[in-house]
Design a binder for this molecule. Structure first.
Ligand code: FA5
Ligand code: MG
Length: 423
């Protein structure tokens, strides 16, 4: 069997049809594959596109003409691009089939925009990039998790001659003055998260300042409203195999710390391998949905995919506006319990629910799926799990028959797939 995918070449805008042989690793369902054609981040009235443009404008304001826009890369990438080139260890959890969609044993649906780092770096087509793309992860289902979301990645390279970095830093300081109503808490580096020994301390300092000032300024620009008290931000130490040191930035919003991005100094080994050993650089990656949900007051991640006029008509290009909720139709929930073997993974269940819903032409009716009970039989030690599925439509009130039919389909699939008894 073959899986057919049309891929548009970003440079020429030409489309070619690619065939991917399906094999024993394949676990991409139809419901997910159909999402690869949508490209919400390129639809001007989507909040994700509006946010993307805001971010692009900010980087352009800091350093005009430096960042090449990349937003039409194919979502199918090689395992080399998604993992190996980024020095992600062979046994890293993100490589497992329970977390990642494998197209076949050589290709995956990209799990992050970093999958394009190595080819962009090797192309040497710019010294800065902003890459926006849909990314795919097998995950739970609720108001903030969806198996497709969107990321934006920034990369900036400097010649390893200090003048280049110094000039960039001075320019940056000049361009972001006036955006000082933020209060940033720093963090000390420790453990394995230290500067790379191949970099001089001046290089390290300058690149780090350049990176951090860009991101602090960006989130000040996005979150701060005039005449408010200073926006609180804090740097947290993090781990990414492809950057060192690595950080996450958190912003305080309505009394809670919100993780807004991951970043760091690119591993010199990655630059060396892509033919950039004369360069030093930084990279960051952020999730557009989480930020857009906060800025636009969007309460449920599924809404980004809604074609409902009451949603779509609320947003205009270039403008961040608050979403005005329309009345919600009632929800209805049903449980399913079954005995399962120890290899059973909850993410397989979540995915199966989406697939069945897709087959019923009802993929967005599943609002959430949660594990509500796990029971181990005291004598047989057999394990049973109970999942609760909440159904709701954004468009209408669901009839009992309709939900029953879908739910029966799910129960049937549980028995087929895992050969288990429904309790
Ligand atoms: C990454 O994906 C790294 N590639 C980011 C990076 C790039 C680090 C370059 C260093 C250099 P992470 O898995 O933490 O990291 O995801 C990055 C961002 O995506 C998070 O900060 C979060 O905003 C968003 N994100 C992660 N998982 C989800 C999810 N399930 N749903 C919505 N947004 C998510
Ligand atoms: Mg993270």
């Amino acid at each position: 069997m073959k899986l057919v995918q049309c891929i548009r070449n970003a440079a020429t805008q030409q489309t070619k049809v690619c065939n991917f042989e399906v094999d024993s690793m394949t676990n991409v369902p139809k419901s997910i594959l159909s999402k690869t054609k949508v490209g919400l981040h390129n639809l001007p009235a989507s909040p994700l596109c509006i946010l993307k443009e805001k971010i692009i404008n900010w980087f352009d304001k800091c350093e005009s003409g430096i960042y090449r826009q990349v937003s039409h890369q194919s979502p199918i990438v090689s395992i080399k691009e998604n993992f190996d080139d980024l020095l992600i260890p062979k046994d890293h959890i993100s490589r497992s089939a329970s977390d990642t969609y494998y197209v076949n044993s050589k290709h995956v649906l990209r799990t992050h925009t970093s999958a394009h780092q190595s080819s962009l770096l090797a192309s040497k087509s710019a010294i800065g990039y902003l890459v926006t793309a849909d990314v795919y992860r097998r995950d739970e289902i609720d108001a903030t998790h969806y198996p497709v979301f969107h990321q934006m990645e920034g990369i900036r390279l400097f010649s390893r001659n200090l003048d280049d970095i110094k000039v960039a830093k001075v320019k940056l300081e000049k361009n972001i003055v006036g955006n000082s109503n933020i209060n940033v808490t720093e963090t000390e580096l420790s453990g394995n998260n230290m500067y790379q020994s191949t970099h001089s301390s001046l290089e390290q300092d300058l690149v780090t300042i350049h990176l951090k000032k860009h991101l602090e300024g960006l989130f000040g620009h996005l979150f701060q409203r005039k005449d408010e008290k200073p926006l609180q931000m804090r740097w947290i130490q993090a781990y990414f195999p492809f950057t060192q040191p690595s950080w996450e930035l958190e912003v305080e919003y309505r009394g809670k710390w919100l993780e807004v991005c991951g970043c760091g100094v690119i591993q010199q080994r990655i630059l060396d391998k892509s033919g950039n050993s004369d360069k030093i650089g930084w990279a960051f990656g952020l999730g557009l949905e989480r930020i857009a949900m906060v800025l636009f007051d969007i309460p449920d991640i599924r809404l980004f995919w809604s074609k409902d006029e009451r949603f779509v008509s609320q947003f205009q290009p270039n403008k961040i506006s608050k979403f005005v909720p329309f009345s919600k139709y009632p929800a209805c929930y049903k449980d399913v319990s079954f005995w399962c073997d120890p290899k059973f993974h909850d993410n397989d269940f979540f995915q199966m629910v989406r697939d069945v819903a897709e087959d019923f032409g009802a993929q967005d009716l599943v609002e959430s799926v949660s594990l509500i009970d796990t029971f181990v039989h005291p004598k047989t030690l057999k394990m049973s799990k109970c999942f609760r599925i909440q159904y709701r439509s954004f468009e209408r009130t669901l009839s009992n028959e309709e939900v029953d039919e879908l739910h029966k389909g799910i129960q049937k699939m549980v028995t087929n797939l895992w050969n288990v008894e429904i309790r």
